[in-house]
Design a protein around this ligand. Structure first.
Ligand SMILES: [Zn+2]
Length: 459
């Protein structure tokens, strides 16, 4: 325990005390010398990185607590499913002028990784302290659908809630809406920066039938948690997990109704045309996307919010359009690509472990498709027996191999042997700890490329 290495950037002085983090071999610890700010006695105290330590840290050093970020021109969510991506992510946002959301997980991701919101938030706070990143970061309770989940994230101090309305959207227009909005929309044409949005009787009935229940639910959740300042958090509305692209009339109607009903929201995530599949580039017509993006961005400007682009991992071919059409005002979320970079490091430095995991992922793929929509063709993935160790990292340039590893992350992390002992998780975390620098460099470059293609200015 005494034989640990201090992280130099983490050294902070507080009245009568020196607080810093150190590498204690198999884990990091927090050290407080001088006054017993974290408990213990006068002198030198060493603390495990648990929730209690994190809470104290956040109260003593406010830059380690999350802040609102959607109110800034550019914000980017970098979901760190494993709780190890902090050092690499921080290097990116030390360079680019965008506000990061380091803590960003959905309940689905928490379940699949066996983590908690406490853990997700704490890991962000500890890395921010360790690397002395003082510019601020956000915490997003992502894709939440239930009041108890919203309350869970808010009670921990998450600064952003992404409300997922997909369970309340009726693609067949079979839903109902509590409001009579004929006076506002019926027969009207709205000119949004030269784009005409028309509501005929049929169109208004259809849009109300598709989104009415979702709007009522959004208002209900807003009233329950945010309206009277019960909690202070930024509100994102997610309508992206639907079967068909969000039409301009739908985007306009949702934004217009939320605004009219007094819901203060910062972002809406529409479903764009083409395919935004996980962990690979955009599939579809980039020019058509650009045309749609221009309209979505115009609607957002009209109402004064930002467009949010979900499933933003690796969408390099459309990022220039996102950056340009929004006039550099956007929220973009990535998650899976950070996990893929972590697995690429495994393929590079521990080919035997990678081969074992890859073989397991092939058997688990079918089960994983219930969580994620992909069009993966496993036949396009080379048989690993035909690849040399040195060729394994190239698998991460193969879209089908990327998706195989991408969507099976939860099953890989939770796989146990007959005795109930983790098959990969423990070995993986030990590996990643030994290769922290390689992972940080990979993220710096790969997530950096996301910001660069978006056209994000440098700090
Ligand atoms: Zn989404």
């Amino acid at each position: 325990m005494e034989n640990f290495n201090i992280y130099p950037k983490s050294v902070n002085l507080l009245e009568g005390a020196k607080v810093y983090m150190a590498d204690a071999g198999d884990r990091d610890v927090l050290v407080c010398e001088g006054k017993p700010y974290f408990g213990g006695e006068e002198g030198k105290n060493v603390f495990e990185l648990n929730h209690e330590t994190a809470n104290t840290l956040r109260s003593l050093f406010p830059f380690t607590a999350p802040v609102p970020v959607l109110n800034k021109d550019r914000s980017v969510g970098v979901g760190d499913r494993l709780g190890i991506a902090g050092p690499g992510h921080i290097r990116v946002f030390e360079k680019y002028d965008a506000m990061p959301v380091f803590a960003q997980q959905s309940i689905r991701e928490l379940n699949l990784t066996g983590r908690t919101y406490e853990d997700v938030l704490d890991s962000a706070s500890f890395y921010v302290f360790r690397e002395n990143f003082t510019r601020g970061f956000g915490a997003d309770g992502d894709h939440l659908k239930k009041p108890e989940d919203i309350e869970y994230a808010l009670s921990l101090g998450f600064t952003m809630i992404t409300l997922d309305l997909s369970d309340h959207i009726h693609a067949d227009a079979s839903g109902s809406y509590s409001q009579n909005v004929d006076d506002i929309y019926l027969g009207k044409t709205f000119d949004i920066e030269g784009n005409e949005i028309r509501f005929t009787k049929e169109e208004l009935a259809r849009v109300s039938g598709v989104y009415g229940d979702a709007l009522d639910f959004a208002v209900k959740m807003y009233d329950m948690f945010l309206r009277d300042g019960k909690y202070q958090a930024e509100f994102e509305i997610s309508i992206d997990e639907t079967g068909t692209p969000t039409r301009p009339s739908e985007h306009y109607f949702v934004a217009g109704e939320l605004t009219r009903r007094g819901v203060r929201f910062m972002t809406i995530a529409p479903r764009f045309i083409g395919e935004f599949q996980k962990g690979i580039d955009y599939i579809g017509d980039v020019n058509a996307f650009d045309g749609e993006m221009a309209v979505h961005a115009a609607i957002a400007r009209h109402f004064g919010f930002k467009v949010s682009v979900h499933s933003g991992s690796d969408k390099f071919s459309v990022f220039p359009s996102v950056g340009a059409r929004t006039n550099q005002k956007y929220h973009v979320k990535t998650a899976g690509t950070n996990w893929l970079e972590a697995m690429k490091i495994v393929a590079m430095h521990d080919p035997a472990l990678y081969r074992e995991i890859h073989a397991y992922a092939l058997t688990a793929f079918e089960e994983a498709t219930q969580y994620y929509h992909v069009t993966t063709n496993l036949n396009n993935i080379p048989n690993l027996e035909t690849l040399s160790d040195a060729e394994l990292p190239k698998l991460f340039q193969n879209d089908d191999a990327r998706q195989l590893i991408h969507i099976t992350y939860g099953l890989i992390l939770s796989k146990t042997d007959e005795a109930g002992i983790s098959k990969f998780r423990t070995r993986l975390y030990a590996f990643w700890r030994r290769h922290e620098e390689e992972y940080a460099q990979a993220l710096e470059s790969h997530i950096g490329r996301h910001l660069e293609t978006l056209g994000c200015p440098r700090v």
